[in-house]
Design a protein. Structure first.
Length: 978
C-alpha cells in the first residue's frame, strides 16, 4: 500500500486493543504518525536514486555518511531518508523484500527512541534493519535484543545480508559462547543477542581485571524486540551472578581451636576500641605450626591469618547475650546480632567477611555455608543505562504508562500494512470449568473436521495437558507446546506449522513467540521433508534439476493450501481462559489475521475461572441463580467480559506496584553499583590512579588521627602497622592535639610515597597501584554485596508496625556503603607502599629499574618483569597486607607476569579527568542524604513511640499487641514489661 492510504488503514486498529486505545489516545497517536509523513515522502522520493546505485556506490555512500556523521558535519536525522532508502534498496536486492511504508514509520519511531507497536506478522524483524543501520553509522555499537538464543541466531542470519551488502558487520551472541568468542562479535557494528546475555555480559565485564577482556565498550543504542516480554514480564526478577562463598567449615573449626590455644599479648594483641585482633610475629609462627604449614605466605595458605584473626575476635571481643544472642529459629539454633545502641535483635542480619561464621563456631554451631551474590542488576536499571533505547512488539499500549514512567519510552501504535480482517468474536461464558472444557473440545472437533487450523491458548502447563487428554479421548490429532519442551528451535518449528490445514496446536500463551504462523503450511519445512523422502540433498550438483522441480511442486501445493485455509476462514485462535494481563490475551489474538488475512479469535470462559473466582465470588453465584443456567448452556455476556477486564486491570496494577517496589529497593544498589563500577573502570583504564591512591591514603590517615585524638602513641602504632614507619614525636603530638594539624603526617607519607615511586619507577608504581586498588575494590565490594543481601533479608522481617522497610533499607544501605569505602581506603593505604620488587633491599636502596637504560624499552620491560618478582614486605605488616602480597606473588609465579593491566592510551586517560572530583561530590551528596534520612527517621520514631504509648495505655498482657503483628502483647512489644 502507499502512503496516501495510510491514514485509512487506521481502521486496522479495529481490534480490541486498538479500539480501547483509539478511545483514549487515538487521535494523538494518529497525529504523531502523520507528522512523519514528510520523512516517508522524502525516503520514497529517493527510491529511484537508490535503484540507480551500483553495489560499489552503495558501499561508498555508507562510508561517506559514516565519515560525515563521525566528523559531526551532519546528523543522523539529516541522513535518515538516504539511509532508509539505501536499506530498502539493499533488502530488495538481497532478500527480495521491499520495506512497506508502515515499516518505514516503525523504523523512524524506533530511531527516535520510542516503542513501535506493530502487529504480529507485520515484519518487525525487517523494520529493525532501518534504525540499526542508521545508528550504526555513528561507529558506536547497536544492539538488537531478542527473547531467546534461537531468535537471536535466526534474525541475525536472516538480516545479515542487508547489513553486509551495505558494508556493516553483524553478529549474534549465544549463551554457550566463551568470552573469547564474544569479543569479535561485540566488535561488530550490530549485535544480536538475548536480554540475559547482554545483562550478564555487562556484569561480567565489571568483574574482569583487564580492559582488553571487556566486551561491552559502550551502552549506546538498543532495540528490544518483544519489548513487553522483556521489560515488563521478565523485569520482576533481577539478574544475579552468584557463587559459593569460598570458606570451608573445616577452616573455621581449626581456626577456632588455634585461637583458643594462642596466648594474648604473646601471640596476639586485641584492640578494644577498633574491635580488632592482630597476630603478632610469634603468634604467626605458632599458628603456622598448629595449622601444619611452612608458611602462611605461600599460595593456598594466605587466607589463614584472616580466619584466625576472626576467631580471635569472636573469642575476645564478642560476648554472648551482649553483642549477640543464640536462639532457636526454623533451622535450629542461630547467632542473632543485637544492635549495640537499641538492644534490638537484628533478625536475619549477618556480620560480614567471615566473622559471623567464626562466632557461630565459637558457640559450637556449624558455620552456615552460603551462596553469595557476586554481581546483580535489574533489567530496568541495565536498560536505562543505554543512551538511546527503543523497542517493538505487537502489544504494548496497555502498558504504555509503565513504559513511560520507568523507561521514559513512549508507545506509538503503527497502522497495519493491510486492514485487519480478523473476526474477534464475543466471549462465550459457561457455568463450570467442566462444561467449558467440553464445549472447547467440541468446537475444536468441529473445526478439525472442516479443516480449519486451530491454535489454542492456555494459561498453564497443567491446563494444556488437561486439554490434550480430552482431545486424545476424542481421537483428535494435535501438537502440544509448553514450557516443558524447553527447546526454542523445535518450539518455533511446531508454531510454524500451526497454520496448516486441519492442524490443532495447544500452546501455553508465551510459547513460540517471535515465530510467525503462515497459513497453508511452511514452505521451507515441507520442502525439506519432500526432499528427504526422495533422498535428495540441497547442494548436490547432480540433483539440481530434480530439486528445482520439487521446489516448484511444493510451492504450488503451499499456495493452494493457503487459498484453501483462507476460504475456510483462516486461523482460528481459541482462548481457554483470560490471562491476568490483557496484553497477553491480545498477543494470543494477534496470532490470527496477519498481513490482512482472514481469521477468527474467540475466548471460552467459565464462572469458575481463576479471575472470576478471585474477584467476583459472590457476584458469580448470584448471577448463576438469576440466569438459571442449565448444564452445558452458554451465555454471550458482555457483563462478564467487562467484569473480567476490570479484574485484569486490578491485577495489572498490582503487578506494576510489585515491579515499582523492586525498582525502588534497587535504587540504593544502583547508585552504589554505578559508583563502584565507575571507579573500578577508571582504575582498569589507569585514570589518575596516583591521585586516587593519595586521596585514599589521606582519608585513611585522617580517620586514624581522629581515632587517636590526644594519643600520639596510638597514632604511631597505626603508622607502624600500616606503613612500617614511625613519626617524629612532635609530628605525632601536633597531629593528635585537639586543634592540631595533620600536615606533618601527610608530608611524611608523601615523602615515603615519592621514595617508593622513584625506587620502583613510575610505570611499575602505577601498575602496582592498579593491582592493589582493583583487588581492594573487588574483595570489599563482594563483602558489601553479602552484607546488602543480609540487610535485605533482615529488613523484610522488620516490616511490622509503622517501620517503613524501604526507608530503613535506604538508611542502612548508605551506612554500609560508607563503611565499604573506608575499608577500601584502609586496605589500599596499608598495601600500596609495601609491596616490594625482587632485588630491592629494604629501605632506600637503588632500585634495579634505575639501572635500565632508557633506550631499550621493550627489553627493559621484559627484564623488569623478570627481576621484579614481588617479595613479602619485611617488617611487621598487617596480615591482610601479607595475604595480598602472597597473592600477588602467586599470580606472578603462575603466569610469569605481573598481574597488572596494561597502561591505557593517552586518549583513554583523558576520558575521565573529572572522576575524582565527581567522586568527592557524590560522597558529599550521599552524606547529606544520609543525614537527612537520619533526621527524618528520628522524627518518625518519636512519633511512632508517642502513638505506641497512647495505644499501650491500659493494655493487658494477653491482649493482642497494638502493633498489628497478631502476637500477644507480652510476646511482642510488651516483652519484658510488667
Ligand atoms: P513480526 O516479528 O512482526 O511478527 P516477522 O518479522 O517475523 O514479523 O515477519 C513476518 C513475515 O513477514 C516474514 O515471513 C517476512 O518474510 C514477511 N515480511 C515482512 N516484511 C515484508 C516485506 N516488506 N515484504 C514481504 N514480506 C515481508
Ligand atoms: Mg518478531
Amino acid at each position: 500500500m502507499d502512503w496516501d492510504n495510510l491514514s485509512d488503514s487506521f481502521s486496522g486498529l479495529g481490534n480490541q486493543a486498538g479500539r480501547f486505545f483509539k478511545g483514549v489516545f487515538g487521535s494523538a497517536n494518529e497525529r504523531a504518525v502523520k507528522t512523519l509523513n514528510p520523512l516517508i515522502k522524502a525516503t520514497n522520493d529517493l527510491e529511484s536514486w537508490a535503484e540507480g546505485l551500483s553495489h560499489e556506490e552503495c558501499l561508498a555512500k555508507t562510508e561517506e555518511m559514516r565519515k560525515a556523521i563521525q566528523a559531526g558535519e551532519t546528523t543522523l536525522d539529516d541522513c535518515l531518508p538516504e539511509a532508509f532508502a539505501l536499506v530498502r534498496e539493499a533488502s530488495k536486492r538481497v532478500l527480495g523484500m521491499r520495506h512497506y511504508d508502515v515499516q518505514l514509520v516503525g523504523g523512524i519511531v524506533m530511531h527516535r527512541g520510542s516503542i513501535a507497536e506493530m502487529m504480529t506478522g507485520e515484519g518487525k524483524t525487517l523494520v529493525a534493519t532501518l534504525p540499526l543501520y542508521l545508528n550504526a553509522l555513528t561507529g558506536k555499537p547497536c544492539f538488537l535484543i531478542t527473547v531467546n538464543d534461537y531468535l537471536a541466531r535466526r534474525d541475525c542470519a536472516w538480516m545479515a545480508p542487508i547489513f553486509e551488502y551495505l558494508g556493516l558487520t553483524v553478529g549474534a551472541i549465544q549463551s554457550n559462547m566463551s568470552p573469547w568468542d564474544r569479543q569479535p562479535i561485540y566488535a561488530c557494528d550490530i549485535v544480536y543477542g538475548t536480554n540475559n546475555e547482554f545483562g550478564f555480559d555487562y556484569l561480567r565485564d565489571n568483574m574482569k581485571t583487564r580492559v582488553e577482556e571487556q566486551v561491552q565498550k559502550e551502552l549506546y543504542f538498543a532495540i528490544v524486540d518483544e519489548v513487553d516480554s522483556i521489560l515488563i514480564d521478565e523485569a520482576r526478577t533481577p539478574l544475579i551472578i552468584s557463587g559459593p562463598a569460598e570458606e570451608s567449615s573445616d577452616k573455621y573449626k581449626l581456626a577456632d581451636q588455634i585461637a583458643c590455644s594462642l596466648v594474648k599479648d604473646e601471640h596476639f594483641e586485641v584492640k578494644e576500641k577498633e574491635r580488632s585482633a592482630h597476630l603478632l610475629e610469634a603468634g604467626i609462627i605458632e599458628a603456622e605450626k598448629l595449622v601444619g604449614v611452612d608458611s602462611f605466605y605461600t599460595p593456598g595458605n594466605e587466607e589463614w591469618p584472616h580466619f584466625i584473626e576472626n576467631a580471635l575476635r569472636a573469642h575476645n571481643l564478642y560476648t554472648k547475650d551482649k553483642e549477640y544472642v543464640v536462639e532457636d529459629r526454623d533451622k535450629g539454633p542461630e547467632v542473632i546480632i543485637v544492635d549495640e545502641f537499641t538492644g534490638r535483635k537484628m533478625e536475619g542480619r549477618r556480620w560480614s567477611d567471615g566473622l559471623h561464621q567464626a562466632v557461630e563456631v565459637s558457640e559450637g554451631l556449624t558455620p552456615r555455608q552460603e551462596n553469595q551474590t557476586l554481581a546483580t542488576i535489574t533489567y530496568q536499571n541495565y536498560f536505562r543505562m543505554f543512551e538511546k533505547l527503543s523497542g517493538m512488539t505487537g502489544t504494548a499500549i496497555t502498558e504504555a504508562g509503565e513504559f513511560h514512567k520507568i523507561y521514559s519510552l513512549d508507545v506509538v501504535s503503527i497502522p497495519t500494512n493491510l486492514p485487519i480482517a480478523r473476526d474477534d468474536a464475543n466471549d462465550l461464558v459457561y457455568r463450570t470449568e467442566r462444561e467449558k472444557w467440553n464445549a472447547i473440545s467440541d468446537e475444536i472437533g468441529r473445526m478439525n473436521e472442516r479443516g480449519q487450523p486451530v491454535l489454542v491458548g492456555t494459561t498453564s502447563v497443567e491446563k494444556s495437558e488437561h486439554l490434550s487428554g480430552l482431545l486424545k479421548e476424542r481421537g483428535i490429532e494435535h501438537a502440544v507446546l509448553n514450557a516443558k519442551i524447553g527447546h526454542w528451535e523445535r518450539e518455533a518449528n511446531i508454531v510454524a506449522l500451526a497454520g496448516d490445514r486441519s492442524s490443532v496446536t495447544v500452546a501455553t500463551n508465551m510459547a513460540g513467540r517471535g515465530t510467525d504462523i503462515k497459513l497453508g503450511g511452511n514452505f521451507e519445512y515441507r520442502l525439506e521433508k519432500a526432499l528427504k523422502e526422495k533422498g535428495l540433498e540441497i547442494g548436490n550438483e547432480e540433483q539440481l534439476e530434480e530439486i528445482a522441480k520439487i521446489r516448484e511442486e511444493v510451492r504450488a501445493q503451499c499456495e493452494a493450501d493457503e487459498r484453501d485455509v483462507l476460504e475456510l476462514g483462516g486461523l482460528y485462535v481459541l482462548g481457554t481462559e483470560r490471562h491476568e494481563s490483557r496484553r497477553i490475551d491480545n498477543q494470543l489474538r494477534g496470532r490470527a489475521g496477519r498481513q490482512g488475512n482472514v481469521g477468527v479469535s474467540r475466548f471460552f470462559l467459565s464462572l469458575e475461572d481463576d479471575l472470576m473466582r478471585i474477584f467476583y465470588r459472590d457476584w458469580v453465584s448470584k448471577m448463576m441463580e438469576r440466569l438459571g443456567m442449565t448444564e452445558g448452556q452458554e451465555i454471550e455476556s458482555g457483563m462478564v467480559t467487562r467484569a473480567i477486564a476490570k479484574a485484569q486491570k486490578k491485577v495489572e496494577d498490582r503487578n506494576f506496584e510489585i515491579r515499582k517496589s523492586l525498582l525502588e529497593y534497587d535504587e540504593v544498589m544502583d547508585q552504589q553499583r554505578k559508583e563502584i563500577y565507575g571507579t573500578r573502570q577508571d582504575v582498569l583504564e589507569a585514570v589518575e590512579t596516583k591521585d586516587k591512591v593519595l586521596m585514599m591514603i589521606e582519608r585513611a590517615v585522617m580517620r586514624a588521627i581522629a581515632a587517636n585524638l590526644e594519643d600520639p602513641e596510638g597514632l604511631n602504632g597505626w603508622m607502624g602497622r600500616t606503613f612500617a614507619i614511625q613519626l617524629e614525636k612532635d609530628v605525632a603530638v601536633a597531629a593528635t592535639e585537639p586543634k592540631g594539624s595533620p600536615d606533618g603526617v601527610l608530608k611524611a607519607i608523601e615523602e615515603l610515597y615519592e621514595q617508593r615511586e622513584s625506587a620502583v619507577t613510575e610505570e611499575l608504581m602505577r601498575r602496582m597501584e592498579q593491582y592493589v586498588l582493583l583487588n581492594a575494590i573487588d574483595s570489599r565490594w563482594k563483602d558489601h554485596l553479602k552484607a546488602i543481601d543480609a540487610l535485605k533479608a533482615g529488613i523484610g522481617l522488620r516490616g511490622y508496625g509503622q517501620v517503613d522497610p524501604k526507608m530503613e533499607y535506604k538508611k542502612e544501605g548508605f551506612e554500609l556503603f560508607s563503611k565499604l569505602y573506608e575499608a577500601i581506603e584502609d586496605e589500599v593505604a596499608s598495601l600500596v607502599l609495601r609491596i616490594r620488587a625482587k632485588g630491592e633491599e629494604d629501605g632506600d636502596a637503588e632500585a634495579p629499574q634505575a639501572r635500565v637504560s632508557a633506550g631499550a624499552e621493550a627489553a627493559a620491560r621484559a627484564a623488569s618483569q623478570q627481576t621484579q618478582q614481588p617479595q613479602l614486605p619485611p617488617a611487621q605488616v598487617t596480615p591482610i597486607g601479607k595475604r595480598m602480597a602472597a597473592r600477588f606473588q602467586a599470580e606472578f609465579e603462575r603466569t610469569g607476569e605481573l598481574p597488572l593491566p596494561k597502561p591505557p592510551s593517552a586518549e583513554e586517560q583523558k576520558k575521565r579527568q573529572s572522576a575524582l572530583r565527581s567522586l568527592q561530590l557524590q560522597q558529599q551528596a550521599e552524606l547529606r542524604a544520609k543525614q537527612q534520612a537520619e533526621a527524618e527517621e528520628r522524627q518518625r520514631k518519636a512519633q511512632e513511640e508517642a502513638a505506641m504509648k497512647e495505644k499501650l495505655d491500659g493494655i493487658g498482657r494477653n491482649d493482642p499487641c497494638p502493633c498489628g503483628s497478631g502476637k500477644k502483647y507480652k510476646k511482642c512489644h510488651g516483652q519484658g514489661k510488667p
